[in-house]
Design a protein around this ligand. Structure first.
Ligand code: GLV
Ligand code: MG
Length: 351
């Protein structure tokens, strides 16, 4: 057992003090790049202003013989490229892999001051986060860093899902969680081979007709969201811990329409952003994870007319009270944070 007052003490002598609040920095798109590919590394300076987060991927999708090159490529980016206000994250290899230890020791020593967040895949319980927490503290102390590197966990095993609350609460370093629908589907033995998105077989159907006929053609169906439960549970766990939930990858790069739908479902349920795997997904994420100007204008109007937020008023026939005042504050708070980063949005929002 650990006393709550010790929670914010550094876990190694000389390590920076843990943060008490996770910074609310815009992170609508976490754009993945392969640091072992020199062509992709060359594009980083142009890409940086277009995204909120650039993530150097070291884990899955990086071939075994490219692991060292990916780590070295990321060190090069961290040392040489000025990313401006864009955050630099990495996804390291899994804890049981032969690369995790070298990933973390190299990155903290070489570019710890440039790295904002380390994404840890296949996290299964609080013990995984506690291990990473202590290790990072030791490495930060050794590197003389003055601010802690934050940790982001990917939810991609059934055990990780079962332990999602304790994972979120395991350390003040926890920045957020992402859904890993491909690994999670495999681990749960779900019968989908897609990376995120729905499935035409997962549906509900209207009742048989009045004549009792059960034939399929005369009964409409609607495809359901395969990830609804998982995303909703993840959002609740994150909010409980004061950290941020994200959708993960959408693998069908050509299907920009379904990608936008999946992103929007996650946004409406409370996610703050998503992964983008291809440049075509960047604009989709920006559009979806930035509130509509009309929604922002409405929220501003409700807040203005509600005054101190107490009581009830009717605006355009819609009842407003303390709860809707809070809902509108959520939209306005996000709009303000995004407007501070994005001059186009600042104009559109008129804030
Ligand atoms: C992401 O890592 C996934 O497994 O979906
Ligand atoms: Mg995965």
């Amino acid at each position: 057992m650990r006393s709550p007052k010790d929670f914010f003490r550094p876990l190694a002598i000389g390590a920076p003090e843990p943060l008490r609040e996770v910074p609310l920095t815009p992170s609508r798109m976490i754009h993945f790049f392969d640091p072992s590919n020199p062509k992709m590394v060359a594009k980083v300076p142009d890409l940086a202003p277009k995204v909120d987060v650039l993530l150097g991927n070291l884990e899955d999708a990086i071939a075994v013989d490219a692991k060292d090159a990916a780590r070295a490529g990321l060190v090069e980016v961290g040392r040489t490229v000025d990313l401006g206000a864009t955050q630099l994250w990495t996804r390291v290899n899994a804890l049981e892999s032969p690369w995790f230890l070298d990933d973390v020791t190299t990155l903290v020593a070489e570019i710890g001051d440039a790295l904002d967040v380390i994404m840890v895949p296949k996290v299964e319980g609080a013990e995984d986060i506690q291990y990473v927490d202590r290790l990072l503290a030791q490495l930060e102390a050794k590197a003389g860093l003055d601010r802690p590197i934050l940790v982001h966990a990917i939810l991609e095993t059934a055990r990780g899902m079962a332990n999602v609350e304790e994972i979120c609460l395991a350390s003040p370093r926890m920045q957020g969680l992402s859904l890993g629908p491909a690994d999670l589907a495999a681990d749960r033995r779900m019968k989908t081979t897609r990376v995120g998105g729905g499935h035409p077989g997962y549906l509900v159907r209207t009742d048989p007709g009045e004549d009792g006929a059960i034939d399929a053609e005369h009964r409409t169906t609607a495809q359901q969201d395969l990830w609804h439960y998982t995303v909703a549970r993840m959002v609740d766990a994150c909010v409980t811990a004061g950290i941020a939930p994200y959708y993960g990858p959408f693998g069908d790069i050509r299907d920009t329409v379904a990608c936008e739908d999946q992103f929007r479902n996650a946004y409406l349920l409370g996610c703050v952003g998503t992964w983008t795997l291809h440049p075509v997904q960047i604009d989709i994420a920006r559009r979806v994870f930035s509130p509509e100007p009309a929604e922002v204008a409405w929220a501003a109007r409700v807040v203005a007319e509600m005054g101190d937020g107490s009581g009830a008023v009717m605006i355009d026939g819609k009842m407003q009270d303390d709860a809707t005042f809070k809902q509108c504050q959520v939209v306005l708070e996000l709009a303000r944070a995004l407007a501070a980063r994005d001059p186009e949005l600042a104009e559109a929002y008129d804030l």
